[in-house]
Design a protein around this ligand. Structure first.
Ligand code: FES
Ligand SMILES: [Fe+2]
Length: 466
């Protein structure tokens, strides 16, 4: 019998016990690894502002042990965790008016690593001139602390996206979610959009009543298996999915959510029913920060504005340290709840600690995941073309565009189901083309342009058409 037949035989687990190595090029992020070095060329959220208190915060990012703090002048420091004198952890340090003091012999470091004081050494000590403690650039914005762990001579501009400021009533609320697994399996989950119709439709139906008693909620908007398509964006530095679903005999819903490499997603809306969307943009901006190869923390901004939280559906108070206000199952819960009403956290953390790509049997719904991996592989290996996307101009007016969008369109149902699904895919492409066409416009004009073009496409929103 051939090897392939043996592996596929019924009751054949004996022949399938070997677990190959994980896909290290994509999953390993430590210093010196290709993915780790690529990631280090970008800004990472490393903790929430609220985690910086009157004591330092020990953090681990990309496999490096660090300490973050806000000194008493309000400056943010991200330093290597172990003191340059004799190695004590600076998480036990004392925050100073300027910098941080090591608890052991009192050396004081500024946020850039410069030694400011050494109480046990003479003023003329040569150590002042010869030693600088390891430090990374950092800043705070809207409740998140960002750090840059790459070469100091290559520090990039922080990418500023249109959806941070538009719609004009938008507010950004910081949150985190802790995932004890490799960063990539959480990140690529967004291209696996078909799971929303199954995992989030709660197939463990008998248990739902019980789970509901514990305050869980289940959205119905995702329940149909979508018609899927994917498109590479930003000259190979991003990818979006385009999902089509039929809402009723006259209406389809097109949803697009984008990954922007190495680890950002801009999620289309999660808070409103499918019927009420007309180019509704980001509900969430989320970075997938690797702690090390077996842990990651999702840091993000929930966007609150009148479009997203149309009926007061969101809850700002439920966004913060390891909590988010949409879809249960984004954080660790009691094991039994996870078993009876599993969510993303339960499904993703248990693809093994580091998912093993060599054991997968991908199908047509996995095309986006595999496209994402191919693009990331090229980026990690330095084979990708230059990202030609615009960065913010110095006057702060021009921002990077976002692809994410939810929209309903007046598209009558075709009698043949396959033809109807083909039609939804075509409309998905048309909506993507409109959003892409708006790319060169200033942020404040993009939305109106897209709305006008959508009206041309389907004759206007339903109220206008009737
Ligand atoms: S170990 Fe930090 S000052 Fe001595
Ligand atoms: Fe999900």
């Amino acid at each position: 019998m051939s090897d392939a037949k043996i592996v596929q035989m019924p009751y054949g687990a004996y022949h399938k016990r070997e677990v190959p190595d994980s896909d290290a090029l994509l999953t390993s992020v430590g210093p010196g690894t290709p993915m780790g070095e690529y990631m280090r060329r970008h800004w990472h959220p490393v903790c929430l502002s609220e985690e910086l208190t009157d004591v330092p915060k020990a953090i681990r990012i990309l496999g490096e042990d660090l300490v973050a703090f806000r000194d008493r002048s309000g400056n943010i420091g991200v330093l290597q965790r172990h003191c340059s004198h004799r190695g004590t952890s600076l998480e036990y340090g004392i925050i100073q008016p300027k910098g941080i003091r090591c608890c052991y012999h009192g050396w004081v470091y500024d946020i850039d690593g410069t030694i400011l004081e050494m109480p046990t050494e003479p003023d003329e000590s040569r150590i002042y001139d010869t030693v600088v403690h390891g430090a990374y650039r950092a800043f705070e914005r809207d409740g998140l602390v960002f750090a840059y762990l790459g070469p100091p001579e290559e520090v990039p501009k922080f990418p500023d996206y249109d959806v941070y400021r538009y719609p004009e009533d938008n507010r950004l609320v910081a949150f985190s979610n802790i995932y004890p697994c490799n960063w990539l399996q959480v990140y690529e989950n967004i291209m696996d959009h078909c799971h929303t119709a199954l995992l989030h439709n709660n197939m463990t139906v008998e248990s739902v009543d019980e789970a509901l008693k514990d305050g869980l909620n289940f959205p119905t908007m995702f329940q149909d298996i979508p018609v899927m398509d994917w498109e590479t964006t930003r000259n190979g530095h991003g990818i979006t999915f385009i999902a089509g679903r039929r809402v009723d005999d006259d209406t389809i819903w097109v949803r697009m959510t984008e990954m922007i490499f190495p680890h950002l997603i801009q999620n289309a809306n999660l808070m409103t029913s499918a019927h009420e969307q007309r180019h509704t943009t980001a509900c969430m901006t989320r970075w997938h920060t690797p702690v090390d190869d077996e842990n990651c923390i999702l840091f993000g901004w929930r966007h609150f504005n009148a479009d997203i939280d149309l009926h007061g559906s969101g809850n700002e108070d439920d966004c913060g340290y390891d909590k988010i206000d949409f879809l249960d199952g984004q954080c660790e819960r009691p094991y039994e709840i996870g078993q009876r009403a599993p969510g993303d956290w339960d499904a993703i953390c248990n693809q093994r600690r580091v998912a093993v790509h060599a054991l997968e049997n991908p199908g047509s719904s996995d095309i986006g995941v595999y496209m994402c991996r191919k693009l990331l592989r090229d980026l990690a290996e330095g084979k990708a073309p230059v990202d030609t996307t615009k960065v913010m101009s110095d006057d702060g007016e021009e921002t990077l565009h976002s692809v994410c969008s939810d929209t309903t369109l007046n598209v009558p149902r075709l009698p043949d189901r396959d033809e109807d699904r083909k039609l939804m895919k075509e409309y998905g492409r048309k909506v993507y083309a409109i959003v892409a066409e708006a790319d060169p416009l200033p942020s404040k004009d993009r939305r109106n342009f897209i709305l006008a073009r959508l009206d041309e496409l389907d004759g206007g929103v339903r109220e206008a058409a009737e």
